[in-house]
Write a protein that binds this ligand. Structure first.
Ligand code: T3D
Length: 263
């Protein structure tokens, strides 16, 4: 399938999805939403794909909604943003967070509005040192959507979440790392190699174990410790029967690298 607004590359057990509207800082149109959704269908349904990387073309990662599609001519009805959020942004964030494969986001430049929160929905966020995260919703009278109001206080606490959301001030990649908002900030020219190395590692990793780890950690804040311990027991029981566990132990004992199949 060929796309007009994204690039999807598949190979070596991994998928690379690049947002590709650089002249608009990769902001989202309906076409881009539909193409990203189709790409995620492919990634989810193809068992040979064991990890996903998302990044952007040009100097931006993503500037959220394309506001050119939101100008309201006098006398016309505004777009129903609730419909847009429900149909496009929320399902996208939900799919990234819930996907049974690790999702890496390589934030190559500014990530604003929904673009920032789509990045934060990914499991591992690596940002170029020049990148910025901007909750720009305040500048246009909106609220942080795409999971922003949920993820920000959880990752950085209420004071910082409110500060970012109410002011719309940019947060540097370095500060995002030091605040615990993202996994890592790296030099711009190291971003692609760092993200690729991680993608290759996940693509040849114990996929079932990685998926279970992701699910357990993402759901953990909802559970009491004793409930979480029961979940851990069940997941360990299940994974103890996996081929990859057997291979991991055998490789350790034989002092060789494991050859995980994802099963
Ligand atoms: O609407 C719904 O469906 C509901 C859901 C909403 C989700 C949202 O994401 S709402 C928030 C929308 N996004 C924004 O408010 C961000 C708007 N952009 C900016 O504030 C700035 O562009 C940035 C801070 C991201 C970057 O600033 P800067 O100075 O580095 O770049 P720039 O010059 O502003 O942008 C470069 C070009 O991209 C420029 O076009 P031009 O002048 O070269 O022809 C600019 O207009 C364009 N651009 C940037 N962001 C958007 C955009 N065009 C359309 N929509 C954008 N979001």
């Amino acid at each position: 399938m060929s796309y007009g607004t994204i690039v999807l590359e598949i190979g070596d057990g991994a998928a690379r999805l690049t947002l590709n509207r650089p002249e608009r800082l990769n902001s989202f149109t309906v076409e881009m939403h539909e193409e990203v959704a189709a790409a995620l269908d492919r990634v989810e349904s193809d068992a040979s794909i064991r990890a996903l990387l998302i990044t952007g073309t040009g100097r931006g990662f993503c500037a959220g909604q394309d506001l050119a599609d939101r100008t309201i001519a006098p006398g016309t009805e505004p777009v129903d943003l609730g419909h847009s959020v429900e149909t496009y942004y929320s399902p996208l964030v939900s799919r990234l967070a819930g996907m049974a494969k690790p999702v890496i986001c390589a934030v190559n430049g500014v990530a604003a509005g929904a673009g920032a929160n789509i990045a934060l929905a990914c499991d591992i966020v690596i940002a170029a040192r020049s990148a910025r995260f901007i909750q720009s919703f305040a500048n246009i009278g909106l609220i942080p959507d795409s999971g922003g109001t949920w993820v920000l206080p959880r990752l950085i606490g209420q004071a910082r979440a409110l500060g970012l959301a109410l002011t719309g001030e940019p947060l540097s990649a370095e500060k995002a790392e030091s605040w615990g908002l993202i996994w890592k900030c790296v030099d711009d020219d190291a971003l692609a190699a760092e993200a690729d190395a991680l993608l290759r590692r996940f693509a040849s990793g114990p996929t079932r174990g990685l998926a279970a780890t992701k699910r357990a950690i993402r759901n953990a804040t909802l559970n009491a410790l004793d409930d979480e311990l029961l979940i851990e027991r069940d997941l360990m029981r299940e994974l103890g029967n996996s081929d990859d566990y057997r291979e991991g132990v055998a490789a350790f004992m034989a002092k060789r690298s494991p050859q995980f199949t994802g099963n």
